[in-house]
Design a protein around this ligand. Structure first.
Ligand SMILES: NC(=O)c1ccc[n+]([C@@H]2O[C@H](COP(=O)([O-])OP(=O)(O)OC[C@H]3O[C@@H](n4cnc5c(N)ncnc54)[C@H](O)[C@@H]3O)[C@@H](O)[C@H]2O)c1
Length: 383
């Protein structure tokens, strides 16, 4: 049967531009879907045009734009996919929704909760499908963890322990801002590791074990001043959080710790969590993404112990779409899995989580964390 074409307009051609372009190219090769994305147009800032043209040629984008406003008004675009820095998400998403486009946004959904609420209201008012790309939900081992928790295999949850560690800003010579280091510029990123890395850990945690009630946090900016990338010789204070650690109480009574930094020498992208329940525990580490560690207290006394589940079997989430048991998949597949879910959702009319409305919760938790780091007291997560 002929596929329904879905014309995509991609906003950004950097790191996420590549992962999403790859997903649009591959999704129909591996998943049986009614919809087929067409790579209609890719957009970047005018100053990035020299990267945009080869990017578009490489990935098969049919046309390019250097003004996002033009892109959201194009009649030949059905979907606006935002893979640009955080301070662009709000305005692009709202304009896209007003033009009747389906809207997909990279995380963090927005700069703060107020923006996220406006974005959710805009897509709901326009009645357009939407999703936040929290791609780690689509790591098969994490989806399996969700399945096991929902099946009651962990029982009552007591503890959640998450870490998201990197080490790329330790040198005081790393500049801030400009085209490639916007993550260090609070005006563009909104926050540091809280919005960039902990947003992932928080989204995963809330999805796995439910909502958060309150938090108490500390943050630190280890390098206080950095040179501006686009104004060599000019140094400005660094206003983002380099590191953040917080305690949380979940609504179900579970206690949690979250830690993130870009100063953990040797850790490149360690995103891991452990959950301890009455009947068992689970441990996951993105650096071993094809494995889920599981301890089942109900096992026989003489064989009980941590076991490693190799999440590559056709009975595991997403894996029957990929290779044969024992063959692992990688980072890029999480975006293809997410896209496949989204396209399936369009077929069935069922919203695919996390929607923009779901994304508000993670944003509210990030805001509470940053507030607590300033006030030094426990902060309630706003409903
Ligand atoms: N899901 C994940 O795991 C993950 C990983 C990395 C980044 N992200 C998110 O994806 C987004 C993009 O991050 P990245 O690492 O790809 O950034 P990047 O710096 O590699 O690329 C950003 C792109 O956005 C374009 N851009 C900037 N301003 C624009 C504007 N006004 N209009 C149109 N295009 C514009 C730039 O030209 C560039 O092509 C961020 O929100 C980030 O938090 C998510």
């Amino acid at each position: 049967m002929a596929k329904k074409k879905l014309n995509i307009g991609l906003m950004g051609c950097g790191f996420m531009g590549r992962t999403h372009s790859n997903a649009y190219n591959k999704v129909n090769k591996f998943f049986d879907l009614e919809y087929e994305p067409v790579l209609k147009a890719a957009c970047a800032r005018p100053e990035d045009e020299s990267k945009l043209i080869p990017f578009a040629e490489n990935w098969g984008w049919q046309s390019t734009e250097t003004d996002w406003r033009k892109m959201v008004e194009r009649d030949d675009i059905d979907v606006i996919d935002i893979v640009a820095p955080n301070n662009t998400h709000h305005d692009i998403a709202i304009a896209a929704a007003k033009n009747g486009k389906i809207v997909l946004s990279e995380k963090p959904l927005a700069m703060n909760t107020a923006e996220a609420v406006e974005m959710a209201e805009a897509v709901e008012k326009a009645g357009v499908a939407n999703m936040v790309w929290f791609n780690y939900r689509r790591v098969p081992a994490i989806t399996l963890a969700k399945q096991m928790i929902d099946e009651g295999r962990l029982g009552r949850i007591f503890h959640y322990r998450a870490k998201y560690l990197q080490d790329w800003t330790i040198s005081a010579n790393v500049p801030q801002g400009g085209q490639t280091l916007w993550r260090l510029d609070a005006a563009v990123a909104g926050s540091g590791v809280t919005g960039d890395l902990l947003a992932h850990s928080i989204d995963t945690a809330v999805w796995l074990i439910g909502g958060m009630d309150s938090v108490t946090a500390m943050t630190e900016t280890f390098i206080k001043e950095r040179e501006l990338q686009d104004q060599p010789g000019v140094r400005k204070p660094v206003l983002i959080d380099d590191a953040c650690a917080f305690l949380a109480r979940f609504k179900n009574g579970a206690l949690a710790t979250f830690e993130s930094t870009r100063y953990a020498r040797g850790r490149k992208n360690q995103n891991c969590f452990e959950i301890n329940g009455e009947k068992g525990s689970i441990f996951f580490d993105l650096e071993d993404a094809h494995q889920l560690q599981y301890y089942n207290h109900e096992d026989d006394a003489h064989t009980v112990g941590w076991r490693t589940i190799l999440v590559t079997d056709s009975s595991h989430p997403y894996m029957k779409q990929w290779w044969v048991p024992g063959c692992v998949i990688g980072y890029e597949h999480t975006f293809i899995n997410a896209l496949a879910d989204f396209l399936k959702g369009l077929e069935t009319g069922k919203p695919i989580v996390p929607t923009f409305r779901d994304g508000i919760e993670t944003q509210a938790i990030c805001d509470a964390v940053l507030k607590s780091a300033k006030t030094g007291v426990w902060e309630k997560v706003e409903g």
